[in-house]
Design a protein around this ligand. Sequence first.
Ligand code: FES
Ligand code: FE2
Length: 265
Amino acid sequence: MVDIETEFLFNSWYVAGWSSDFQHALKPLTILNEQVVIFRTDKGIPVALEDACPHRKLPLSHGRLHADRVECGYHGLTFDCSGSCVHAPTQQDAPPNVRVKSYPLVDRYGLLWIWMGAPDAAEPNEIYHIENFDNPSWGKTPGGSMDIACHYLYITDNLLDPSHVAWVHVSSFAGAGTEDVPLNIDRLKDGILVSRWMQDREPPPYYAPMLSFTGNCDRKQHYECRVPSIAINKSIFTPKGQGGGRYRSTRQQFCEYFIQFYDAG
Ligand code: FES
Ligand SMILES: [Fe+2]
């Protein structure tokens, strides 16, 4: 049996943070219960290393960053971007086989993605694809972030749960049948989708000004989670009679959540 308090999927891409969170400075993070230090080199290339010097375990984030190398703040062992020790102050040659773990990183969609598992298995093409990210006819709202003091599965639970909308989001997403229309649940290859069409309903006051039509609507709530930590919420509105199986495409409101794991607590 898997203990959900401690077990994580390691061979997966995770969001380490916004790309702009990482500069030419040593930033310590705990991801999947591992101590990691992330920085950009003097050329802007992101690097993630294990945050523990192999000599006496001082976190490398307590040391100094020189161009593309990290110097330990205890006795000066120095590591390159691959995690290899390249300088030991009291020795002529760097000790062979002394290294820290190095984690694959990809800068994409304004996010820094980290691979915490076996480095050879990291395939950047498997990073979750954000449709229309570069399509100029779509808008983008700059994101923020929230720290939430709970196990991450409570957040995925919430983001897969349209049934709370009528009771919690009374002045915004509620209405149009959210209180009583049954939900469909579909198991996906790498996730789960909870959704429902609510047909021939009055648009909720919150959404009505955003719609490109008047009168009643068909509305879809699409709540999807992809393993391990990506949630996609779509709100789809069509003029009444054009939703459900007849839906092709029309105006959508669409947001994605990237859930970041700092620890298992
Ligand atoms: S603990 Fe890092 S060099 Fe000694
Ligand atoms: Fe909610």
